[in-house]
Design a protein around this ligand. Structure first.
Ligand code: COA
Length: 323
């Protein structure tokens, strides 16, 4: 018998304030038509003054705990993926630990930008399979709008704030191999960091910085890297794209999403699309989309889910799991 990790509940949270494409068209030279045509995005949510990443993460996590029928005190591990922490230190996950009142255990952050949730999921799953922790919250949460240059139309239309979470439980398992969290493939390539980055940091400028991106180059790498990661997880498991019940990709741009789905032969009706409603929320976007799929009754217990992401670093990856 080996240990296996299962997803017991999902939750998400979007800040109240909404910024529409029309609002942005009053700030920079752009239009609702351009944004929708190139990205699919209609609106994004923006955290209120004083609302921090840990607040967003805690709300999403509380909803995931409720869905799992668990109390905060049941949790012994929190892995939080974020690029926009409350403070340089301590880890934002420890603020979530304090706010929720989770049980004794560990809480730490993972930084892989838009791929962060998949890196966090792989990390938590690996630690749990070793028997180090038994019940975890894996969270993706961002106040990404705080690192946006609102005069740069090439980036400011693309991002938003939000959070999503899953509750994981590790059990002794001698059932089928394709149950619970099945496998992950995560990769980075530090030589491409100049195509998507923030122009500030603690040890370089002593500032927080703003997002800088060569959008069209990122776009090309995204489709190639994501497809390779997905092919890697499918090959490892012997599953094919026809076995997938739901494709829950990182929500960066509807065109990237469509491009990957087409390359992998995944029909449109199996693709979960939420980027239209909240733009790219970086590490939060996969758990936001997953929670949407669950709460709308699309994704059901036992369904096979394929997730993928690509972000700054470059970082990218794919995960296969059964609900
Ligand atoms: N409104 C109107 N015009 C805009 C604009 C906006 N918000 N942003 C850029 N443009 C203009 C550019 O200035 C350029 O004008 P020019 O031809 O006069 O120089 C023109 O649109 C084309 O720019 P380009 O960057 O080639 O457009 P694109 O078709 O690649 O679309 C993105 C731009 C950003 C939507 C697209 O590249 C993209 O989505 N890339 C991936 C980004 C991403 O998802 N990153 C995160 C990964 S985690």
């Amino acid at each position: 018998m080996a240990r296996r990790t299962f997803i017991r509940g999902t939750g998400s949270y979007l800040p109240e304030r909404v910024l529409t494409n029309a609002d942005l068209a009053r700030m920079v030279e752009t239009s609702d038509e351009w944004i929708q045509e190139r990205t699919g995005i209609r609106k994004r949510h923006v955290a209120a003054d004083g609302e921090m990443t840990s607040d967003i993460a805690s709300k999403a996590a509380a909803r995931a705990l409720e869905a799992a029928g668990m109390a905060a005190s049941d949790i012994d591990l929190i892995v939080l993926a974020t690029t926009t922490p409350d403070q340089t230190f301590p880890a934002t996950a420890t603020a979530v630990q304090a706010k929720l009142g989770t049980g004794p255990g560990a809480a730490f952050d993972v930084q892989a930008v838009c791929s962060g949730f998949l890196f966090a999921l792989a990390t938590a799953d690996s630690l749990m399979k070793q028997g180090l922790f038994s019940r975890a919250l894996v969270i993706g949460a961002e106040t990404f709008t705080r690192i946006i240059d609102w005069s740069d139309r090439g980036t400011c239309v693309l991002f938003g704030d939000g959070g999503g979470a899953v509750v994981l439980e590790s059990v002794e398992w001698d059932g089928p191999e394709d149950a619970g969290i099945i496998t992950h493939h995560v990769r980075t390539d530090g030589t491409k960091s100049d195509l998507l980055y923030v122009d500030g940091g603690v040890s370089s400028t002593g500032t927080v910085g703003h997002v800088r991106m060569e959008g069209n180059k990122v776009f090309r790498h995204a489709v190639t890297n994501i497809s390779a990661a997905v092919e890697a997880v499918l090959q490892e498991t012997g599953l094919t794209s026809a076995d997938i019940d739901w494709f829950v990709p990182h929500q960066a741009n509807k065109r990237i999403l469509d491009g990957v789905a087409k390359k992998l032969d995944i029909p449109e009706e199996k693709v979960i699309v939420t980027v239209t409603e909240h733009a790219n929320t970086s590490a939060a976007s996969i758990p936001l989309a997953l929670d949407h799929a669950v709460r709308t009754g699309k994704a059901k217990p036992g369904d096979l889910i394929l997730s993928e992401a690509m972000g700054g670093g470059f970082s990218w990856g794919a995960s296969l799991f059964r609900l």
